[in-house]
Design a protein around this ligand. Structure first.
Ligand code: AMP
Length: 224
């Protein structure tokens, strides 16, 4: 049986990984696994995982590798693992990148780095709001809702993620610089590593991203 293909998106907080991952998932019909979403959901539901993760996440630090890698391992090792899935938010440090590599008997990994300057990242994070009803993402600077604080699509209230508070943003960017930027170095120069300029409109990025994934799909079909 063909190995699962994992397309993972890297990028500083605010680079648009989540938005682009959702777009790819919808366009190509791939499942989308966001380690951040899985953790936030666990926190909301008050599970054991959520209890362990909550404080660390609110401080903008990284949750322990064991907990997060287990989320990924479960998806890759599942007997009904999908042909392709989109991973967003993992790997966040070199140890996680090595762990992902250790799954190479089960999964081929394709890495797309969304490049974004830090000052842009701050603006995107500080302005980000999400709909408490349908999850739609807005930005008060770049893509505000028509009525302030209310979702255009479902009318629910817009909220700010706790970790998008200014002090926490600073810490998340520090953690990114220290721990996640080396992951980009880890992959740079490898055959399945691609980079996209994240400092553009989401639609433009989505166009380039789709082109890249279409090329990958063609490659996979030809190799079958
Ligand atoms: P995100 O939604 O990807 O920005 O993730 C939100 C938070 O979840 C991060 O700030 C971390 O606390 C935690 N998190 C998500 N993915 C990982 C990961 N791969 N390793 C460690 N912590 C993570």
């Amino acid at each position: 049986m063909a190995k699962t293909k994992v397309i993972t998106l890297l990028g500083a907080p605010g680079a648009g990984k989540g938005t682009q991952a959702k777009m790819l998932a919808a366009k190509f019909g791939y499942p989308h696994v966001s380690t951040g979403d899985v953790l936030r959901d666990a926190v909301r539901r008050g599970t054991a995982l959520g209890e362990k993760a909550r404080k660390v996440m609110e401080a903008g630090e990284l949750v322990s590798d064991d907990l997060v890698s287990e989320i990924v391992r479960e998806r890759v090792m599942a007997p009904d693992a999908p042909r392709v899935f989109i991973l967003d938010g993992y790997p966040r440090n070199v140890a996680q990148a090595c762990y992902l590599q250790s799954l190479e008997d089960q999964a081929d990994v394709f890495v797309i780095n969304l490049r974004l300057e830090e000052d842009q990242a701050v603006k995107r994070l500080a302005g980000r709001r999400y709909c408490s009803g349908c999850g739609k993402i807005y930005n008060v600077f770049f893509s505000p809702s028509i009525k302030e604080g209310i979702c255009d699509d479902c009318g629910s209230e817009l909220q700010q993620r706790k970790d998008d508070a200014e002090e926490v943003i600073k810490e998340r960017l520090r953690v990114y610089r220290q721990q996640t930027a080396p992951v980009v170095d880890f992959y740079t120069g490898r055959p399945n590593f691609f980079e996209i300029d994240g400092n553009r409109e989401p639609d433009e990025i989505a166009g380039e991203m789709s082109g890249l994934v279409t090329d990958l799909e063609n490659r996979w079909t030809a190799a079958r």
